[in-house]
Design a protein around this ligand. Structure first.
Ligand SMILES: Nc1ncnc2c1ncn2[C@@H]1O[C@H](COP(=O)(O)OP(=O)(O)OP(=O)(O)O)[C@@H](O)[C@H]1O
Ligand SMILES: [Mg+2]
Length: 260
Protein backbone atom coordinates (compact mmCIF):
# COMPACT_ATOMS: atom_id res chain seq x y z
CA UNK A 1 0.00 0.00 0.00
CA UNK A 2 2.65 2.48 1.15
CA UNK A 3 6.36 1.96 1.78
CA UNK A 4 9.08 4.45 2.64
CA UNK A 5 12.72 3.43 2.37
CA UNK A 6 15.14 5.85 4.05
CA UNK A 7 13.12 8.75 2.69
CA UNK A 8 14.25 12.31 3.32
CA UNK A 9 13.11 15.75 2.20
CA UNK A 10 14.87 19.12 2.06
CA UNK A 11 13.44 22.60 1.64
CA UNK A 12 16.44 24.16 -0.08
CA UNK A 13 19.38 23.07 2.08
CA UNK A 14 17.24 22.52 5.13
CA UNK A 15 16.47 18.84 5.67
CA UNK A 16 13.12 18.68 7.50
CA UNK A 17 12.39 14.96 7.10
CA UNK A 18 15.29 12.55 7.62
CA UNK A 19 15.81 8.85 6.89
CA UNK A 20 12.23 7.61 7.35
CA UNK A 21 11.39 3.94 6.78
CA UNK A 22 8.02 2.32 7.44
CA UNK A 23 5.24 0.46 5.63
CA UNK A 24 1.50 0.87 5.90
CA UNK A 25 -0.60 -2.12 4.86
CA UNK A 26 -4.18 -2.51 3.65
CA UNK A 27 -6.72 -1.62 6.31
CA UNK A 28 -4.27 -0.19 8.85
CA UNK A 29 -5.16 2.94 10.83
CA UNK A 30 -2.09 4.89 11.97
CA UNK A 31 -1.72 8.34 13.47
CA UNK A 32 1.29 10.52 12.90
CA UNK A 33 2.12 12.43 16.09
CA UNK A 34 4.67 15.12 16.85
CA UNK A 35 5.06 18.72 17.94
CA UNK A 36 4.56 21.76 15.69
CA UNK A 37 7.19 21.91 13.00
CA UNK A 38 8.27 18.27 13.49
CA UNK A 39 7.77 17.61 9.77
CA UNK A 40 4.42 15.78 9.84
CA UNK A 41 2.76 17.64 6.95
CA UNK A 42 5.92 17.33 4.87
CA UNK A 43 6.10 13.59 5.56
CA UNK A 44 2.43 13.18 4.53
CA UNK A 45 3.05 15.12 1.32
CA UNK A 46 5.95 12.75 0.62
CA UNK A 47 3.70 9.73 1.25
CA UNK A 48 1.04 11.06 -1.13
CA UNK A 49 3.60 11.86 -3.81
CA UNK A 50 2.83 15.60 -3.68
CA UNK A 51 6.55 16.19 -3.16
CA UNK A 52 9.36 13.88 -4.21
CA UNK A 53 11.96 12.56 -1.76
CA UNK A 54 15.36 14.29 -1.78
CA UNK A 55 16.82 10.95 -0.66
CA UNK A 56 15.52 7.38 -0.38
CA UNK A 57 12.29 6.14 -1.94
CA UNK A 58 8.54 6.34 -1.45
CA UNK A 59 6.45 3.54 -2.96
CA UNK A 60 2.74 4.34 -3.10
CA UNK A 61 0.38 1.67 -4.43
CA UNK A 62 3.36 -0.12 -5.99
CA UNK A 63 4.58 3.05 -7.77
CA UNK A 64 7.79 4.92 -7.05
CA UNK A 65 6.58 8.52 -6.47
CA UNK A 66 9.66 9.96 -8.23
CA UNK A 67 8.56 8.51 -11.54
CA UNK A 68 4.83 7.69 -11.18
CA UNK A 69 2.21 9.73 -13.02
CA UNK A 70 0.40 12.13 -10.67
CA UNK A 71 -2.98 10.88 -11.98
CA UNK A 72 -2.15 7.29 -11.02
CA UNK A 73 -1.07 8.30 -7.51
CA UNK A 74 -4.23 10.37 -7.13
CA UNK A 75 -6.38 7.35 -7.99
CA UNK A 76 -4.88 5.34 -5.15
CA UNK A 77 -4.53 8.10 -2.56
CA UNK A 78 -7.04 10.50 -1.04
CA UNK A 79 -5.26 13.48 0.49
CA UNK A 80 -6.85 15.99 2.86
CA UNK A 81 -4.77 19.14 3.31
CA UNK A 82 -4.23 20.79 6.71
CA UNK A 83 -6.07 23.84 5.32
CA UNK A 84 -9.24 22.97 3.33
CA UNK A 85 -8.98 26.23 1.39
CA UNK A 86 -5.89 24.86 -0.37
CA UNK A 87 -8.05 22.06 -1.69
CA UNK A 88 -11.38 23.64 -2.63
CA UNK A 89 -11.42 25.18 -6.09
CA UNK A 90 -15.04 25.10 -7.36
CA UNK A 91 -18.00 27.43 -6.84
CA UNK A 92 -20.49 24.99 -5.38
CA UNK A 93 -20.15 21.98 -3.12
CA UNK A 94 -21.66 19.66 -5.76
CA UNK A 95 -19.16 20.88 -8.38
CA UNK A 96 -16.34 20.41 -5.90
CA UNK A 97 -17.26 16.78 -5.20
CA UNK A 98 -17.94 16.03 -8.89
CA UNK A 99 -14.57 17.56 -9.84
CA UNK A 100 -12.72 14.94 -7.77
CA UNK A 101 -14.84 12.15 -9.21
CA UNK A 102 -14.26 13.09 -12.85
CA UNK A 103 -10.74 11.69 -12.70
CA UNK A 104 -11.65 8.65 -10.63
CA UNK A 105 -14.80 7.31 -12.31
CA UNK A 106 -15.90 7.00 -15.93
CA UNK A 107 -19.55 6.19 -15.19
CA UNK A 108 -21.52 9.48 -14.98
CA UNK A 109 -24.49 7.95 -13.13
CA UNK A 110 -22.21 6.44 -10.53
CA UNK A 111 -20.52 9.86 -10.08
CA UNK A 112 -23.92 11.48 -9.41
CA UNK A 113 -24.85 8.70 -7.00
CA UNK A 114 -21.61 9.00 -5.01
CA UNK A 115 -21.92 12.78 -4.92
CA UNK A 116 -25.49 12.57 -3.52
CA UNK A 117 -24.33 9.99 -0.99
CA UNK A 118 -21.61 12.37 0.29
CA UNK A 119 -23.93 15.40 0.43
CA UNK A 120 -26.33 13.28 2.46
CA UNK A 121 -23.64 11.84 4.73
CA UNK A 122 -22.27 15.28 5.64
CA UNK A 123 -25.65 17.08 5.50
CA UNK A 124 -24.28 19.52 2.92
CA UNK A 125 -26.28 21.67 0.50
CA UNK A 126 -24.85 20.91 -2.96
CA UNK A 127 -25.78 24.33 -4.36
CA UNK A 128 -23.99 26.28 -1.60
CA UNK A 129 -20.77 28.23 -2.20
CA UNK A 130 -18.03 26.64 -0.06
CA UNK A 131 -16.31 29.98 0.52
CA UNK A 132 -19.38 31.42 2.28
CA UNK A 133 -19.38 28.62 4.80
CA UNK A 134 -17.80 27.97 8.20
CA UNK A 135 -14.40 26.33 8.55
CA UNK A 136 -16.13 23.11 9.65
CA UNK A 137 -18.38 23.05 6.57
CA UNK A 138 -15.41 23.69 4.28
CA UNK A 139 -13.51 20.88 6.00
CA UNK A 140 -16.50 18.57 5.45
CA UNK A 141 -16.65 19.61 1.78
CA UNK A 142 -12.95 18.90 1.24
CA UNK A 143 -13.26 15.53 2.97
CA UNK A 144 -16.45 14.65 1.06
CA UNK A 145 -14.68 15.17 -2.25
CA UNK A 146 -11.81 12.93 -1.09
CA UNK A 147 -14.00 10.16 0.38
CA UNK A 148 -16.32 10.09 -2.65
CA UNK A 149 -13.47 8.56 -4.64
CA UNK A 150 -13.11 5.72 -2.10
CA UNK A 151 -9.30 5.73 -2.19
CA UNK A 152 -7.43 2.70 -0.91
CA UNK A 153 -5.07 4.98 1.03
CA UNK A 154 -6.37 8.00 2.93
CA UNK A 155 -3.90 10.62 4.17
CA UNK A 156 -5.44 13.19 6.49
CA UNK A 157 -3.57 16.26 7.74
CA UNK A 158 -5.32 17.35 10.95
CA UNK A 159 -8.87 16.62 9.79
CA UNK A 160 -10.56 17.71 13.04
CA UNK A 161 -8.57 20.80 14.01
CA UNK A 162 -10.78 23.84 14.61
CA UNK A 163 -14.02 21.86 14.47
CA UNK A 164 -16.69 21.63 17.14
CA UNK A 165 -17.47 18.30 18.79
CA UNK A 166 -20.34 17.35 16.46
CA UNK A 167 -18.38 18.20 13.33
CA UNK A 168 -15.46 16.17 14.68
CA UNK A 169 -17.72 13.16 15.27
CA UNK A 170 -19.27 13.43 11.77
CA UNK A 171 -15.86 13.55 10.13
CA UNK A 172 -14.34 10.72 12.15
CA UNK A 173 -17.38 8.49 11.61
CA UNK A 174 -17.08 9.00 7.84
CA UNK A 175 -13.35 8.17 7.96
CA UNK A 176 -14.02 5.10 10.14
CA UNK A 177 -16.66 3.81 7.80
CA UNK A 178 -14.27 3.94 4.81
CA UNK A 179 -11.57 2.35 6.98
CA UNK A 180 -13.93 -0.53 7.84
CA UNK A 181 -14.21 -1.21 4.12
CA UNK A 182 -10.43 -1.77 3.93
CA UNK A 183 -8.94 1.69 3.29
CA UNK A 184 -5.60 2.31 5.00
CA UNK A 185 -5.51 5.57 6.97
CA UNK A 186 -2.54 7.76 7.90
CA UNK A 187 -3.77 10.68 9.97
CA UNK A 188 -1.91 13.60 11.51
CA UNK A 189 -3.55 14.87 14.67
CA UNK A 190 -2.70 16.93 17.73
CA UNK A 191 -5.86 15.58 19.41
CA UNK A 192 -4.72 12.66 21.53
CA UNK A 193 -8.31 11.67 22.35
CA UNK A 194 -9.11 11.25 18.64
CA UNK A 195 -5.81 9.38 18.19
CA UNK A 196 -6.58 7.01 21.09
CA UNK A 197 -10.18 6.43 19.94
CA UNK A 198 -9.45 5.55 16.32
CA UNK A 199 -5.87 4.52 15.67
CA UNK A 200 -4.26 1.17 16.32
CA UNK A 201 -0.76 2.25 15.40
CA UNK A 202 1.18 5.45 16.12
CA UNK A 203 4.18 6.93 14.36
CA UNK A 204 6.00 9.63 16.31
CA UNK A 205 8.01 12.23 14.49
CA UNK A 206 10.60 14.23 16.37
CA UNK A 207 12.55 16.93 14.51
CA UNK A 208 12.04 15.17 11.21
CA UNK A 209 13.06 11.73 12.44
CA UNK A 210 10.86 8.74 13.21
CA UNK A 211 11.23 8.45 17.00
CA UNK A 212 8.73 5.59 17.45
CA UNK A 213 6.47 3.29 15.47
CA UNK A 214 4.22 0.78 17.23
CA UNK A 215 0.87 0.07 18.88
CA UNK A 216 -0.66 3.33 20.12
CA UNK A 217 -1.40 1.65 23.47
CA UNK A 218 2.29 1.03 24.04
CA UNK A 219 3.48 4.39 22.74
CA UNK A 220 1.09 6.53 24.80
CA UNK A 221 2.39 4.83 27.95
CA UNK A 222 6.04 5.36 27.05
CA UNK A 223 6.97 8.49 28.98
CA UNK A 224 10.40 8.83 27.39
CA UNK A 225 9.04 8.82 23.83
CA UNK A 226 6.07 11.05 24.66
CA UNK A 227 8.11 13.64 26.55
CA UNK A 228 10.87 13.76 23.95
CA UNK A 229 8.24 14.63 21.32
CA UNK A 230 6.39 17.06 23.65
CA UNK A 231 3.27 14.89 23.64
CA UNK A 232 0.77 14.16 26.40
CA UNK A 233 -1.18 10.88 26.47
CA UNK A 234 -5.00 10.86 26.20
CA UNK A 235 -6.96 11.22 29.44
CA UNK A 236 -7.83 7.56 30.12
CA UNK A 237 -4.31 6.14 29.62
CA UNK A 238 -2.95 9.11 31.56
CA UNK A 239 -5.31 8.43 34.49
CA UNK A 240 -4.57 4.69 34.29
CA UNK A 241 -0.85 5.39 34.60
CA UNK A 242 -1.38 7.76 37.52
CA UNK A 243 -3.45 5.07 39.29
CA UNK A 244 -0.97 2.33 38.41
CA UNK A 245 -3.58 0.38 36.41
CA UNK A 246 -1.96 -1.89 33.86
CA UNK A 247 -3.58 -2.64 30.49
CA UNK A 248 -6.18 0.15 30.76
CA UNK A 249 -6.53 2.29 27.64
CA UNK A 250 -10.25 2.70 26.89
CA UNK A 251 -13.20 3.93 28.94
CA UNK A 252 -14.67 0.41 29.02
CA UNK A 253 -11.39 -0.98 30.36
CA UNK A 254 -11.36 1.77 32.99
CA UNK A 255 -14.92 0.82 34.08
CA UNK A 256 -13.93 -2.84 34.24
CA UNK A 257 -10.80 -2.04 36.30
CA UNK A 258 -12.75 0.27 38.64
CA UNK A 259 -15.52 -2.25 39.28
CA UNK A 260 -13.26 -5.28 39.82
N1 LIG B 1 7.33 25.63 1.99
C1 LIG B 1 8.30 25.58 2.92
N2 LIG B 1 9.51 26.15 2.73
C2 LIG B 1 10.50 26.08 3.65
N3 LIG B 1 10.36 25.47 4.84
C3 LIG B 1 9.17 24.91 5.12
C4 LIG B 1 8.07 24.93 4.18
N4 LIG B 1 7.02 24.27 4.74
C5 LIG B 1 7.44 23.86 5.96
N5 LIG B 1 8.72 24.24 6.18
C6 LIG B 1 9.51 23.94 7.39
O1 LIG B 1 9.64 22.53 7.49
C7 LIG B 1 9.52 22.12 8.85
C8 LIG B 1 8.42 21.07 8.96
O2 LIG B 1 7.19 21.67 8.63
P1 LIG B 1 5.83 20.84 8.60
O3 LIG B 1 4.77 21.79 8.13
O4 LIG B 1 6.03 19.59 7.86
O5 LIG B 1 5.63 20.51 10.17
P2 LIG B 1 4.35 19.95 10.94
O6 LIG B 1 4.85 18.87 11.84
O7 LIG B 1 3.28 19.61 9.98
O8 LIG B 1 3.90 21.19 11.84
P3 LIG B 1 2.42 21.62 12.35
O9 LIG B 1 2.08 20.69 13.50
O10 LIG B 1 2.63 23.02 12.84
O11 LIG B 1 1.47 21.53 11.21
C9 LIG B 1 9.25 23.37 9.68
O12 LIG B 1 10.47 23.78 10.22
C10 LIG B 1 8.77 24.37 8.65
O13 LIG B 1 9.10 25.67 9.03
MG1 LIG C 1 1.38 20.32 9.65
Amino acid sequence: MLRLENAGFCYGRNEVVTDISFSLGKGEFAVLLGENGAGKSTLCRLCGGLVKPSSGRVINGGQDTRTAKASLLARNTGFLFQNPDRQICRNTIREEIMFGLEYALDDGDERERRCDEMLDLFSLDGSADPFNMSRGERQKTALASVLARRPSLLILDEPTTGLDYRECVTIMEAVSSLHREGTAVLMITHDMEVAADFAVRALVLNRGRLAADGPIRTIMKDRAIMEAASLLPAQIPSLAMALGLDGVFTLDEMYAAASS
